[in-house]
Write a protein that binds this ligand. Structure first.
Ligand code: HEC
Ligand code: HEC
Length: 325
């Protein structure tokens, strides 16, 4: 149980690595397209980008890394609580998640305390108000959420819209991959799980990837699978980001057009959980895992990493919609 918690939390750190990246790019264009949409859509967009990576409303998700949002609402709301105090409690907890403030002890036991993250305060307040006003456990809400997911794509979409959409696709893939990996490690052990760090088997089923006929690849400057070798453009993105990380600067977003497609690059960072297959051979990568890896990947370069390093990039390709051409 303890390792499960730990790995869940560590997987979240991976999510965080990407979400840090997202919040930076988001704030830069905050004034643009998103401001024009109605408040309800705006709130859903904000929750999708900031909270649902962990508090996923999809109940069928295999390995949860946090309670779904409606459970949180249930714990905070009652007949007597005033809107302002509900909002303040949510905002205060998210800004400073501590056990003293928390009320969901079972969730803390199962998932560990929510990690501290940076959120835009105005957005956070909007999310909390939305949660007070809307019963996110009702069928009516799920119907709205469903139509939101279908609707939001064809909205007016400028170039920066592609960047955000690519980020969501990368985030979604990352979350699916993470839970599949964790599940496999738990049931088969690390050596048995080596065939699960692969995105080929992951269907990009959501509506956005269909509308944009999006595809997603993972590449690296030190690939395990030679088929995942970064090309020169991808290598230069990695080089730039490594330089920015060293200088303590944010990694700048990369999107460009190629053959009528919009291509986005998104960082893949290591967390402690990756070390058992990408860390130091002998100490972190156990012999049994090493044997399984050598058999499948004789030219493996993807070893010797530490946590929080740039392991590779997600390359998301989206076809431009007619009206943007
Ligand atoms: C990286 C994963 C992650 C993200 C992103 C995240 N949370 Fe959480 N959150 C958790 C986990 C795990 C818990 C359960 C443990 C706990 O209660 O601290 C939690 C619990 C909570 C709780 C209940 C705290 C308690 O125990 O009383 C609230 C409220 C909350 N989250 C709000 C939010 C909101 C609002 C957002 C989006 C702005 C958000 N969270 C984004 C992981 C996350
Ligand atoms: C159970 C072992 C295992 C774990 C744990 C693991 N990986 Fe992998 N990883 C692999 C294998 C095997 C491949 C080769 C997959 C393929 O053939 O495409 C791979 C490939 C990759 C690739 C594609 C580039 C390449 O080197 O071929 C990236 C990026 C990657 N892993 C990142 C991560 C990150 C980030 C983590 C931690 C969140 C992680 N991996 C955890 C085994 C693992």
């Amino acid at each position: 149980m303890r390792t499960l918690q730990m790995m869940g939390w560590i997987a979240m750190l991976g999510v965080l690595a990407l979400s840090c990246f997202s919040s930076r790019t988001e704030s830069q264009k905050e004034t643009a397209a998103t401001e024009r949409v109605d408040p309800e859509t705006r709130a859903m967009q904000l929750m999708q980008a900031n909270c649902f990576t962990c508090h996923n409303p999809d109940l069928e998700i295999e390995l949860r890394i946090a309670p779904p949002m409606f459970k949180i609402r249930d714990h905070y709301i009652d007949d007597t609580i005033r809107r302002e105090s509900f909002v303040r409690q949510i905002v205060d907890f998210v800004n400073d998640p501590t056990e003293e403030r928390a009320v969901m002890y079972g969730a803390i036991r199962n998932f560990g305390l929510m990690p501290r993250q940076q959120f835009n305060q105005r957005d956070l307040k909007l999310i909390a108000e939305y949660l007070y006003d809307n019963d996110v456990s009702s069928d009516a809400w799920y119907a709205k959420w469903d139509s939101f997911q279908k609707r939001q794509v064809p909205q007016q979409m400028n170039f920066s819209g592609y960047e955000e959409m690519g980020l969501q696709l990368a985030n979604g893939t990352k979350a699916q991959l993470g839970s599949r990996l964790l599940g496999a490690i738990q049931s088969k052990g690390t050596a048995g799980a080596v065939s699960f760090c692969n995105i080929e088997a992951l269907p990009l089923t959501d509506s956005m990837s269909k509308v944009f006929q999006a595809s997603i690849r993972r590449v690296s400057d030190k690939p395990r699978n030679p088929a995942n070798s970064a090309n020169s453009r991808e290598l230069s993105t990695m080089l730039k980001w490594k330089g920015q990380m060293e200088a303590g600067e944010p990694m700048s977003p990369v999107t460009f057009e190629k053959d009528g497609m919009v291509v986005g690059h998104y960082p893949i960072m290591t967390s402690a959980m990756c070390m058992q297959c990408h860390g130091q051979p002998g100490t972190q990568i156990l012999q049994q895992t090493q044997d399984a890896l050598s058999k499948l990947y004789p030219a493996d370069q993807a070893k010797g990493y530490g946590p929080n390093q740039l392991r590779g990039i997600f390359v998301v390709e989206m076809s431009k919609r007619e009206k943007d051409k």
